[in-house]
Write a protein that binds this ligand. Sequence first.
Ligand code: GLN
Length: 274
Amino acid sequence: MNSKKIISVLLVVALVMSIFALTSCKKEEDVLTVYTNAEFPPFEYLADNKPVGVDMQIAQAIADELGVKLVIKNVKFDTILTSISSGKGDLGIAGITVTPERAESVNFSENYITSTQYMVIKNDSEIKTIEDLAGLKIGVQLGTTGDFIISDEISGTEDEETGEHVKGVLEGTGATVTQYNSAADAAVNMNSGKVDVVVIDKLPAEIVAGQYDNFKAIELVYEDGSKTDESYAVAVAKGNDELLATVNKVIKRLVADGTIDKWVVEHTTKSSNG
Ligand code: GLN
């Protein structure tokens, strides 16, 4: 072999080796990418700038079950489901309430916790029911179930079968809704008088109310005694059935052995003091 030939053989060997090196570095399938919105304690909140909380522990348990590294993306709540349905992320875990509309774009795992909507009000407030919010300025978190309920009660809805307008309990009362990026943001605006009340899920409501001396959180009930009723689940892209099965296996285990309840207590304490 002349030296030219040796050089080209070496070049080919080097090229093949670098291709191998590149492909083995690019271990995309060895990562679980979870989308969340770390503004929803105790389920997800920031500690030392890192998303932590009940949902992040669930995410870690799923990554461990799969034997892969967990990557968390902290994004706005109302963008999470699109990131999952488009395949950008593997799982959405963000205290996401299962709703029929959302189930059209993603698949949901087994439920791992139940919740209801709460109202954050001033300590001396007379508000007892949602009907008492007539004419008030209501703060919510954009794209959440609290936002949907209040917006529907203000604007009314359409009967799915007849197409007829169904009047909301706040419709025509002058009540308005303002959408914030988090319950904490909404509470800041309640403190400065821009909104009168904040509607958000139970535990975040209790935690945010606890951060102000003159705020308290009460359950959102209707005059007739009815309440909201929600369940949280993990969002997975439609068709990703293998991953969904693993998620369900982990969730069933964590619910059955009381681990989720334990994490809720732990993170409620931590995020309330933080
Ligand atoms: N459970 C509510 C929802 O799904 C709020 C979730 C959140 O703000 N992270 O809309």
